[in-house]
Structure formats: C-alpha cells, structure tokens
Write a protein that binds this ligand. Structure first.
Ligand code: NAD
Length: 260
C-alpha cells in the first residue's frame, strides 16, 4: 500500500528505527536508512531490506545534531527517489542523571538530536510535500512526551517539545494533504533500553534485575516490553490512506503506562 513512496527514517541503523524501516519497506516504500554504526553492518542491512522486500534502499550518514547534514540528506533523497513522501523522525538518545548533576553538554546534545533534529528535517521535507500536496510526518516521541520520570530532564523536555512541534506543524500543513503525528512508545526492547539499565542502576543504587522489574516495567501495566515491529505497525498505519484524517495527535503505544 506504500508502493511508489519514499521514506526517510532517521536513526534507523538500530532498534525502533530499523524496525520501522523494515515495516515500511514490507509495505512497499523505498527507504533511506540513517544513523551511526559500522558501515559494513549497515550495508548488510541495506542489502537485506532491499532483497527481502524488493524496494530501493539507501544509507545516509547525516548527523541529526547537524542542521546542514539534515538539509543535505533530505535533498539527496529527493534527488534520488524524486520525493520524500514519508519522514519519520526517530533518531534519539537518552541521558540519565539527577538535574543538579546533569552535564550541560548532554542537555544540549539530547535537545539537538531528539528535538531540533526533527525540526530541521521537517523544515526541509515540508517544502517538497507542500508542492506535491501530500506527505506523512511521524515523530517518535515517548511516554516521556506526556509524563515525566526522575533523572530524565533533557529527554522529557525534548519529547514534550516534540509533541508541541507535532501539533504546530499539523496545523500549518493540514490543508496541504500532509499529516503530522507523534507516536509515544513506553518501553520497547532495544539497545537504548539495555544501556539505560546500567545508568539507572547507578542512579538508584540497585542491581540490574531490580531496575528491570521495579523501575522499567513498574510503569508499564501490561508488564512486557513492546516490540519494534509493533511500533513499525503503528507508523505504517499513520502513513496509510485510512489515517488521512489523523493529524496533530499522539498515539501511545505503552501498555497502559500513561493511563494511570
Ligand atoms: P537505539 O539507540 O537503538 O537507536 C537509536 C538510533 O539513532 C541509532 O540508529 C543511532 O545510530 C541513531 N542516532 C543516534 N544519534 C544520532 C545522530 N546524532 N544522528 C543520526 N542518528 C543518530 O534507540 P531506540 O530505542 O531504537 O530509540 C529510537 C527512538 O525511540 C528514540 O527517539 C527514542 O527516544 C524513542 N523511544 C524509545 C523507547 C524505547 O523503549 N526504546 C521508548 C520510547 C521512545
């Protein structure tokens, strides 16, 4: 159903972004993978997605904290595929520390990648979408776009900001056939979560197993991590024709976390 469309998924060399890219490719979209990692592993993924789903796949190493890189990536994708029909702003990092010990450079980095990167990408991609009178933008926020948790000041601020940005862009682009929505995952099993377990253990002063049980899944009423395929499925739905009237909103995929 997405055949003939081209999608950029930022931060898609790993975790949720890779899951989203694979689901969009499975529906027929051509894909720009983006993110960091060993180039040979990334090229293997490019070839695997292309072979498995028969779609065009490119890799772009744009650093989402660098506005010039982002503008270049959007222009290159438009050049290569003729358009960017779908933009998924997924690249994100986490940093966990008490606010009075939070390193200012980490604050800047989290805001740059998780919030400003999405702005620069939307800014660059919206022009082409407007000229074609169609487009889909999906911002991967978080349950932390709706509620807070201790030690996640920068992340929570960035994700709340991303939801605000989603609303404004949706309002501006609504008459041009472009929808802009946010997806708010709870805990999804990815390298980002795995890495956090150690940081959380240090901040709370408790062992790893206890972090998983009492800190992470404590918030998630269904007591399981979501899968990257589940997040990809929601993104694909938002990109479909059925979702044409859904804009400016956020969809929680959090096992009930934010219902409490
Ligand atoms: P991950 O660490 O597995 O993947 C992050 C991706 O972003 C990687 O491909 C990485 O290379 C890329 N990336 C990092 N910095 C970048 C930069 N400067 N420029 C370009 N790419 C960069 O993380 P994940 O868990 O898959 O998270 C993806 C998104 O989902 C993030 O925005 C995160 O905040 C959000 N999220 C994750 C969870 C979760 O439980 N994992 C929950 C809610 C929201």
């Amino acid at each position: 159903e997405l055949a003939g469309r081209a999608a950029i998924v930022t931060g898609s060399t790993s975790g949720i972004g890779l899951g989203i890219a694979r689901v969009l490719a499975s529906r027929g979209a051509a894909i720009v993978l983006n993110g960091f990692g060993p180039v040979d592993a990334i090229m293997k993924e490019v070839n695997a997605i292309s072979a498995e789903f028969g779609v065009g796949v490119r890799y772009d190493d744009a650093d989402m904290s660098k506005p010039d890189d982002i503008a270049r990536m959007i222009a290159a994708a438009e050049d290569h595929f003729g358009a960017v029909d779908i933009l998924v702003n997924n690249a994100g990092i986490q940093y966990v520390a008490p606010i009075d010990e939070f390193p200012p450079e980490k604050w800047d980095q989290v805001i740059a990648i998780n919030l400003s990167g999405a702005f620069h990408a939307m800014r660059a991609a919206a022009r082409g979408m407007k000229s074609r009178g169609s487009g889909r933008i999906v911002n991967i926020a978080s349950a932390h776009g709706l509620v807070g948790s201790p030690f996640k000041s920068a992340y929570t601020a960035a994700k709340h900001g991303l939801i605000g940005l989603t609303k404004v862009a949706a309002l501006e682009l609504a008459e041009q056939g472009i929808t802009v929505n946010a997806v708010c995952p709870g805990y999804v099993w990815t390298p980002l979560v795995e890495k956090q377990i150690d940081d959380q253990a240090r901040s709370h002063g408790i062992p790893r197993e206890q972090v998983v049980r009492d800190v992470l899944l404590k918030k998630q009423p269904n007591k399981r991590f979501s899968t990257v395929e589940e997040i990809g499925g929601v993104v694909a739905f938002l990109c479909s024709k059925d979702a044409a009237s859904i804009t400016g909103t956020s969809i929680s995929v959090d096992g009930g976390w934010t219902a409490e």
